[in-house]
Design a protein around this ligand. Structure first.
Ligand code: ADP
Ligand code: ADP
Length: 225
């Protein structure tokens, strides 16, 4: 089974009003385990809409979303949330770490929400932070970390529950080129190590070219770039 399978997704907003927009018009996309796919999209093409549907934060008007062999059609919100917490990790352009919590706590909290015990969650957070070279920063709050360090903590948070699918929206978009490159290397190492599938939206064609495949979202469809 693919880790992520999108079949014939259509999605529009404000249907039946003068402001109606059809954003997705039949998107097909599948990612297998260990595969890294760059998603390139002009602004307004529907990148966020697509990532939200793939991450079970939104539902398509038409079409099917399958995550790790689980068809999400007709599932309750509760069931969708459970799959999202367990199987999907998100990384954003701006890390969205919780400012009042330490780096370690930011990686521990999603595990507690997923039902992990405190001790196991803390051990996993320490391990993840060590892998990205942040052991010495575990007790620091986000404001005490550099942009690149914050983004590495955000990776650890996304990986906290051992997701099968990683969805990233411009994960290096706000970093300088050198930091962006380092953070990207960390991301690719985590992907290689864990065998998860990653769909990474980026405008950076150099980074995109280092992934297994590049696809383009345009005119409501996903096509090979
Ligand atoms: P991108 O992330 O590629 O910039 P989005 O998925 O955010 O694109 O949006 C795609 C299009 O859908 C845009 O024209 C946007 O204005 C419109 N849109 C997105 N969300 C909504 C919404 N909740 N209501 C109305 N229009 C929306
Ligand atoms: P929590 O476990 O804290 O209750 P959720 O289960 O609601 O969080 O969300 C799981 C993941 O989805 C988190 O990474 C969260 O940041 C992300 N998320 C939740 N709502 C949205 C949203 N509207 N847009 C983008 N990401 C979201």
């Amino acid at each position: 089974d693919p880790v992520l399978r999108l079949d014939g997704l259509a999605k529009g907003y404000l249907q039946g009003t003068p402001g109606a927009v059809e954003v997705l018009r039949g998107v097909d996309l599948a990612l297998t385990a260990g595969e890294t796919v760059a998603l390139v999209a002009p602004s307004g093409a529907g990148k966020s809409t697509l990532l939200h549907i793939a991450g079970l934060l939104d539902t398509p008007d038409v079409g099917r979303v399958e995550i790790a062999g689980q068809d999400m059609a007709g599932r309750s919100d509760r069931a969708r949330t459970a799959v999202r917490r367990r199987d999907v990790g998100f990384i954003y352009q701006f890390h969205h770490l919780l400012p009042e919590f330490s780096a370690a706590e930011n990686v521990i909290l999603p595990q507690l929400a997923n039902g992990a015990g405190r001790r196991a969650a803390a051990a996993r957070a320490a391990d993840l932070l060590a892998r990205v070279g942040l052991s010495a920063r575990a007790d620091h709050r986000p404001a005490e970390l550099s942009g690149g360090e914050q983004q590495r903590v955000a990776f650890c948070r996304a990986m906290a529950n051992g997701p099968k699918l990683l969805l990233a929206d411009e994960p290096t978009g706000n970093l300088d080129p050198e930091t962006s490159d380092r953070v990207f290397e960390v991301l690719m190492a985590l992907v290689a190590e864990t065998g998860l599938a990653a769909l990474i939206a980026t405008h950076n064609m150099e980074l995109a070219s280092r992934m297994d495949r590049v696809v383009r979202l345009e005119a409501g469809l996903v096509r090979p770039a």
